[in-house]
Design a protein around this ligand. Structure first.
Ligand code: HEC
Length: 243
């Protein structure tokens, strides 16, 4: 008799445990990962630190596409060459040219490495993306082409150098429009000499700070983050060294 009661208790307990497990599992699976699709058009909140192994869409990919591709006459909203608009995450994904996890099936990646100048993007006379930029796009797609961003709290403003900070910043945010024979606004930002000249005129800082009287840069994209603007200020205050 006692044995039977024990057994009933036992199976009841087992049932209870099973039920709680089920509840737990449902809870976990419903908030397991942030969905890549469908995108609700809202920008995600930034993660509080930047994982060096992750390529972040808002920090690295969007500025690149904005400068290299979403320009007048090409893939901005007004021009929409081939129906392709590359101005924000949902528009970029809705082109169908990004296959998360599969860079080699992604047109957006393949056009960057196309050997045929007629098909390569950005097309001549614009320069191709640098190896570093191409690798970034590849890794972003490999990592699932997520709508992610991060806010770095270790901003180096002590050892600002032209080669480590200023030039890469120009390359990743500006030179898509500010290079070649006819740079936009007549401003080339590809070499030390031209970047230093733009700094000396006050236009470099005025434009990135969106100061009155200057055209706000980078055009068509969000303002550079505070870290980058502070680095530009420091570099200028240090006398625009070629270091
Ligand atoms: C999508 C294209 C595009 C991108 C990206 C872009 N620019 Fe420009 N930039 C322009 C155009 C177009 C003008 C001319 C605007 C005008 O005169 O109204 C211009 C003008 C300027 C000027 C002259 C501003 C003035 O008021 O005299 C500076 C300096 C400048 N850009 C710096 C930058 C910097 C620095 C970046 C990157 C952080 C950048 N631009 C990114 C298109 C771009």
């Amino acid at each position: 008799m006692r044995n039977l009661k024990d057994q009933t208790m036992n199976s009841r307990m087992k049932l209870n445990v099973l039920a709680s497990l089920l509840v737990l599992l449902t809870a976990i699976s419903s908030c397991k990962h942030d969905p890549v699709f469908p995108d609700n058009g809202q920008d995600p909140p930034p993660s509080a630190f930047c994982d060096p192994d992750t390529v972040y869409f808002h920090n690295e990919i969007l500025p690149l596409l904005n400068s290299g591709c979403a320009v007048s006459g090409c893939h901005n909203a007004a021009s929409a060459e081939d129906g392709v608009v590359l101005t924000d995450y949902s528009k970029i994904i809705s082109t169908g040219k990004v296959k998360p996890g599969k860079p080699n099936d992604s047109k957006l990646y393949k056009v960057l490495i196309d050997n045929d100048p007629g098909d390569r993007m950005p097309p001549p006379p614009r320069s191709p993306f640098t190896t570093d930029q191409i690798t970034k796009v590849r890794r972003w797609i490999e990592q699932g082409a997520k709508n992610n961003r991060c806010e770095s709290n270790n901003c180096d403003t002590l050892n600002v150098s032209f080669s480590a900070h200023i030039q890469p910043m120009m390359q990743n945010n500006c030179t898509g429009c500010h290079s070649g024979n006819q740079p936009q606004g007549g401003v080339s930002l590809t070499s030390y000499a031209t970047i230093a000249a733009s700094a000396a005129s006050g236009r470099l800082l005025g434009s990135v700070m969106h100061s009155p009287g200057y055209a706000a840069m980078p055009q068509g994209a969000p303002k550079l983050d505070n870290c980058k603007i502070t680095q530009i200020k420091k570099w200028i205050n240090n006398g625009t060294p070629n270091n």
